[in-house]
Write a protein that binds this ligand. Structure first.
Ligand code: HEC
Length: 127
């Protein structure tokens, strides 16, 4: 039996449509797969320290604290102090009454802020 060329073309088109539909629905089912925020296992050393290193230590390390109002965020004890006096969250969440941090850059993204918030609300453990 001879299959008409237009039928094959139609079949190919249909396949393309089906696969693109599947792709669409995957995006719909799992939004933001590329920028997913994983806050299931937040710890000081694995989650909080990298954020502080990347965004804060240029002004708040033990050696650069002169640039950061002498607020140190390098050692756990110093970070814990700022977690407990609410300045850490107050500043990164840009709450009124606190200096917005990181100074001179844009606000941290929501994922980083919630990571720090989860850690602080857990009592800022040294884990
Ligand atoms: C470019 C330098 C710079 C960077 C980067 C920076 N800070 Fe600061 N920070 C400062 C300065 C200067 C002060 C003191 C003057 C002030 O309060 O505005 C300060 C003050 C603070 C305070 C005290 C705020 C208050 O209201 O009492 C906290 C807490 C703080 N920084 C946390 C952070 C955190 C967390 C980051 C990273 C997300 C960060 N800073 C990044 C310069 C910086």
């Amino acid at each position: 039996m001879k299959i008409p060329g237009c039928l094959i073309l139609f079949a190919i088109l249909l396949l393309m449509m089906v696969s693109s539909c599947y792709y669409d629905s995957e995006e719909y089912l799992y939004p933001n797969t590329s920028s997913q925020c994983d806050t299931t296992d937040v710890t000081y050393s694995k989650s909080v320290v990298p954020i502080i290193q990347n965004s804060c230590l240029s002004c708040h390390s033990n050696s650069t604290a002169a640039l950061g109002g002498n607020i140190k965020l390098e050692d756990y004890a110093d970070v814990k102090l700022r977690a407990d006096d609410h300045r850490l969250l107050g500043s990164i969440e840009h709450q009124s009454g606190y200096s917005p941090m990181p100074q001179g850059s844009k606000k941290l993204d929501d994922c980083k802020i919630s990571t720090v918030r989860i850690w602080v609300n857990a009592g800022a453990p040294n884990n």
